[in-house]
Structure formats: C-alpha cells, structure tokens
Ligand binder design. Structure first.
Ligand code: HSE
Length: 402
C-alpha cells in the first residue's frame, strides 16, 4: 500500500481525494497496490466531510510522517507551496502537483532534487488540466524532435472569444457574463492578459527542448484589445480569433509567443470552442498529433493529478528521468519572427488605403462596411518590419495570422 498526503483541500485537492475514493478498486488493480490518503493539509476544518478525521494543520506532521510516500500539492501559489514541495522531496517523498506557477518557476531545480533523492516530481495537471500532454511529451513523443507546439491553453479566454464570435457581443459584456457564470475569475487578469497561457507554454517548451524557458522571456499579449469589430473582420476573412501559446523550432533556436491569432477552417484547432483546450504538437517523425479536452475543472484536473500519483506508486524507488535542465533555452528574438498581419487603421477608405500601401507595400483589403477605418491583410513580414511600417499609419489594432 502507498500512503498519500494532499496539501490543500480546495477544488483540485478535494477532487483528488474523491477520485482516489470513488475509483479505489480500479486504481488498485491498475497500480498493483492500494493507494490510501493518510492526511490532508489545510488551514480549515471540514466537519462532516470524509476527510474530517485526517485533516492536519501543520505541514511538519506530514514531512515527518515516514509512512507518507507521495505528497500531492494542490495549494497553488508559489509560497509556501515551493517550500513544502522542496521539503517533501528532501524527505524522500515523491511529489505531484497541479501548480503551473510553481513548475514554471522552479521546475528544473525540483526535478534535480527528485533525481538526487531517487523519487519523482510529476506535474501532468499543470498544463491543460485533464488533457494528457506532459506525459505524452516526455514519453510517447520521446523519439521525436519537436518542431512546433501550438496550444489553446486557457479555457476562460477561449470561452470569451467563442461567445464574442457566436453572439457578436463585446469583450466587457462577455467577461461580465462569464464571471457571473463562474467561468472567469473575479480577477481575470492572469487569464485575459495571457499570463496563465504563458506559464503553460513555458513548461511545454522547456520539456520539449530539455532546457529552461523563462516565462518572463516570452512575448505575451492577451485578448483585452480584441473588439466586436475585430470579430466581424475575422468572419469576413472566414477566420476565428483564438489566443495561442505557441513555440516553434527555427534552426538552432526556438521562437515562443502568447498572442491572439487568426485561424481559418483548415487549421486543426479551428473547431476548439468554449472552455475547451487543445494542443497541437508537430514531431519530426510522428507528424502532427493533437490533444483535446477540459483544461480546467475539479475532476478533470484531479484526474491528471491522480495519474501522477499512480505513476509515482508504480515507480517507487525509481527516478523516471525528465529532461529539463536549468540551462537557458536559446530564444529567437520576437522581432525576427514573421507573420501575415490583419491590420485596422484610422481614416477614410481611399486615403487610408494609399497610406497602408505606402507603409506596408502590397496589402489585401478587408471591408466590413465601416466608414471611419480601413482593414487589410499584409504579406508575410517580420515583427520588426511590421513595427516600422505601423509607425507610419494610425493603427487601431492588429492580429497575427497563424
Ligand atoms: N484559468 C485557467 C483557464 C484554469 O481558464 O484555463 C486552468 O489553468
């Protein structure tokens, strides 16, 4: 039997306990032994809850409990999650976590510590919630060089953009509605500004190339500037606007970015709508593979955590190597990356069209009937060439094509 402690009895932590209880028999068969939750760390008490008698308030009790072999960190935040995870690994316990902030910031150090202690540090739930993506990247795609990762990695923003597209509503009213329905946080900054997706693509890219990609180094643009007018232009272009976390191998460097992009119906992720997430990975041998599912939610995320618990129980006393060194990944400067851009500029049609051609060269107009602005698509150009040209006109907004 393996004994587990869960740090944090919130949405995901309680989901982990529920799955280990509900599917206990199946999990035992698949693991080859029982997995029992021995203790749950939380500041609160939970009278009447199945865990009421195993709640502890002091992490030291768990750290010093030699019977606990696996620690599940579902507290979130960096501190004290980092200190608790580090101390657990130092005490010879395997750890699994759903905490993307922790993994993005401290992944390589914690993996090294796990290796030294001959235990495991796993984090399947940190990206894509219930979607298996970390283990496939590490194991199933291990034979391949990864050429590209392109992901709709945030359910909140995908829901908002889907609603804007389907209902023609503006960003603020969709966000308010999403908050009322509980699909968006009270403080939606991390989602709508792309910070959540940024940490996720940092983790996936680091794993794909075995080196550290600091999330602070990734150019990140959220969806707050997308308006109902942009959506109308997108429809005219036969496209949808989706926010992607993406990275691509370019020679011996990697480009990475989080930004809203226009995709047409030929794109594999075109039909990924609502709160769903999906990730497209291109391997140099396997070709394109896609992963689709619920990127958040209690049981979906907890299911991914429990998959790590089972993996750790099956690899007791065996460190399963994860290649992710602290050495920095060589990142291509964003200004060198090329896209076709959809651009809206201020001005009346003829005059604005002439300005656009003068600044950008050949452009393709997109007309949805607005008198006070001019929309067009550029040829493929680098970010720096775009910035230079954009300085010569009065840009309202611009969105990259994927
Ligand atoms: N806020 C995240 C999302 C939850 O909307 O996808 C999972 O990280």
């Amino acid at each position: 039997m393996k004994k587990v402690s869960v740090l944090g009895y919130g949405t995901v932590g309680s989901g982990v306990v529920e799955i280990l209880r509900e599917n206990a028999e199946l999990i035992e068969k698949r693991t080859g032994e029982k997995i029992q939750v021995k203790s749950v760390l939380d500041l609160r008490d939970f009278p009447g809850d199945p865990v009421q008698d195993i709640i502890v308030h002091d992490f030291e009790e768990i750290k010093n409990d030699s019977e606990v072999q696996i620690v599940v960190e579902t507290m979130g935040g960096l501190h004290p999650a980092y200190e608790f995870v580090k101390a657990s690994l130092e005490s010879g316990k395997s750890v699994c976590t759903s905490n993307k902030a922790l993994v993005a910031a401290y992944g390589p150090g914690l993996l090294k510590l796990a290796e030294e202690k001959n235990v495991n540090f796993l984090f399947e739930a940190s990206v894509g919630g219930g979607i298996p993506i970390i283990r496939p990247l590490k194991v199933s795609l291990a034979p391949d060089e990864i050429l590209e990762i392109s992901g709709i990695l945030n359910g909140t923003t995908n829901y908002i953009l889907t609603e804007m597209t389907e209902k023609g509503s503006d960003f603020d009213s969709v966000l308010k509605d999403a908050q009322e329905k509980g699909y968006a946080e009270k403080d939606p900054t991390a989602d709508v500004e792309g910070y959540d997706a940024c940490r996720k693509i940092a983790i996936l890219t680091s794993l794909a190339y075995g080196k550290q990609l600091d999330f602070e180094d990734i150019y990140t643009e959220g969806i707050t500037k997308i308006t109902d007018r942009d959506i109308q232009y997108a429809k005219k272009l036969g496209a949808k606007i989706k926010i992607f976390g993406s990275s691509k191998k370019v020679g011996d460097k990697v480009s990475a970015m989080v930004a809203p992009k226009l995709i047409t119906s030929s794109h594999p992720l075109y039909s990924v709508d609502g709160v769903f997430n999906a990730i497209l990975v291109k391997g140099n041998m396997v070709g394109d593979v896609m992963f689709y599912g619920q990127g958040a939610g209690k049981l979906a995320t907890a299911s991914a955590v429990v998959s790590d618990v089972i993996d750790e129980a099956k690899h007791f006393n065996i460190n399963v190597k994860t290649l992710w060194d602290s050495e920095k990944l060589a990142l291509m400067p964003t200004k060198e990356v090329s896209f076709r851009f959809f651009v809206r500029i201020h001005g009346k049609k003829e005059e604005a069209a002439a300005q656009a051609e003068c600044a950008f060269g050949k452009v393709t107009p997109v007309d949805v009937g607005f008198e006070d602005e001019y929309g067009f698509v550029t040829e493929e150009m680098t970010e720096s060439a775009f910035e230079k040209a954009a300085g010569e006109v009065d840009v309202i907004n611009r969105i990259r094509f994927d």
